[in-house]
Design a protein around this ligand. Structure first.
Ligand SMILES: Cc1ncc(COP(=O)(O)O)c(C=O)c1O
Length: 396
């Protein structure tokens, strides 16, 4: 399904800009490919990379292989639980007592919300609150999946548990805590899943990254297996062993101990996911900005557009120029707070009032900029749905 500038221009001919949209035909097609890429594993949806309850539901209804949500904060998980979602793994630690209490309240109602932990301090805190609330709180152990390679820390800084020895200490704290139940293990191999290895113009770097990835995949798989086996040897039955993300499905699905993989970004296929050797998804989400002036023959300046992604500062955090094909940002201005100059020398006859389409570098962050997503299918706007922000939520 190729999408042209004229296709979207016609679809959105009556819309005021800026606006964000999701092309449901491409979104659903991505779902089919992602399911295939996940192999036999269950798929948990990373809500941070969707941030729209309508689309989360749409994924869950696509196929029974999609099960459960990976939430990013406790208030978000509670919000989703109250919207009727269940099986919510909160993937990052929660410390705020009010937030843990709110999670306990949902658990009391019979919902499954799981808190992420990796330190004795997390366990003690949850134990104290769980005891007061009269709840046994399910928790998941976050295992560090980074690799220490000569001269580099290949991965991210998240969990403190990166060995069987450290997992043993953690398990001692679990054993002492009657209001905490260990139900899962999660390990996110960010250096495999979140790092493009086919970036145009970076052949040498791509080669290095692929080699590092190959080495790291083996090492982290062995670590995950050893820790899961240790837990089993203590007589603990795990409900889930979670791994991976959009960028690592081909390797994560090969690990026998893994019961489920996580996928979020692959649905919108945001800019950062353009450059992987093993897959290519269709860009289903984008936003439009309006041409409001033309300072030079080939420069079309648009209103707004400056939606930069989080993470280490770099050009890859800027939006990707999308349609018409061949548009470019300027080095000097990039995407601006109130104006974005677009360089274009192609064949489309652009004029004031016409749209230019860009794609966010990260998937979910697009939704923090818009209240509504226009949903497109077969050449028409078929619905308008709120983002988290459109529902009055700003979780992070
Ligand atoms: C814990 C965890 N799992 C999985 C993912 C993968 O999400 P996505 O598929 O959106 O890249 C992330 C992304 O940051 C994550 O933090």
């Amino acid at each position: 399904m190729t999408r042209t500038y004229q296709y979207y221009k016609e679809v959105f001919r009556n819309e005021s800009m800026p606006f964000a949209f999701v092309d449901l035909d491409l979104f659903d097609a991505n779902g089919i490919v992602l399911k295939r890429r996940a192999g036999e594993k269950k798929i948990r949806i990373a809500s941070k990379s969707i941030r729209c309850t309508y689309l989360l539901r749409r994924i869950l209804e696509m196929d029974e292989q999609f099960q459960g949500i990976m939430a990013f904060t406790a208030p978000e998980a509670v919000f989703l639980s109250q919207q009727g979602f269940d099986d919510l793994l909160i993937a990052y630690p929660v410390w705020d007592e009010r937030h843990i209490k709110a999670v306990c309240q949902e658990i009391k109602q019979g919902k499954k919300l799981i808190l992420m932990t990796d330190q004795t301090a997390h366990i003690k805190r949850i134990q104290g609150i769980g005891e007061k609330e009269g709840v046994i709180v399910p928790v998941c152990l976050d295992v560090d999946m980074s690799s220490e390679l000569p001269g580099i820390h290949f991965g991210v800084h998240r969990s403190s548990v990166n060995s069987v020895e450290k997992a043993k200490k953690y398990l001692k704290a679990i054993a002492k805590s009657s209001n905490v139940q260990l139900v899962g293990v999660m390990g996110y191999e960010a250096q495999i899943a979140g790092l493009g290895d086919n970036v145009p113009g970076k052949q040498v770097m791509n080669g290095v990254i692929r080699r590092l990835k190959k080495r790291s995949i083996k090492e982290v798989a062995a670590r995950r297996k050893a820790i899961v086996e240790l837990i089993h040897s203590k007589g603990i039955d795990l409900e889930l062993v979670n791994g991976g993300g959009t960028g690592s499905l081909e390797s994560t699905r090969e690990e026998e101990v893994v019961t489920e993989v996580t996928i979020g970004s692959g649905f919108y296929a945001s800019g950062l996911f353009d450059n992987y050797v093993q897959f290519k998804h269709a860009p289903s989400a984008a936003y439009a900005i309006e041409i409001v002036r033309r300072p030079q023959k080939h420069i079309y300046t648009c209103s707004g557009g400056g939606y930069i992604a989080s993470g280490a500062i770099g050009k890859d955090k800027a939006p990707v120029p999308y349609l018409p094909k061949g548009i470019q940002l300027t080095d000097n201005e990039g995407v601006g707070e109130v104006q974005t100059p677009i360089v274009y020398k192609g064949d489309e006859k652009l004029k004031l009032g016409d749209p230019v389409f860009l794609r966010h570098s990260k998937a979910g962050e697009l939704c923090e900029r818009f209240n509504t997503l226009l949903l497109v299918s077969r050449g028409e706007i078929v619905d308008r749905v709120p983002t988290y922000r459109g529902e009055g939520n700003c979780f992070l």
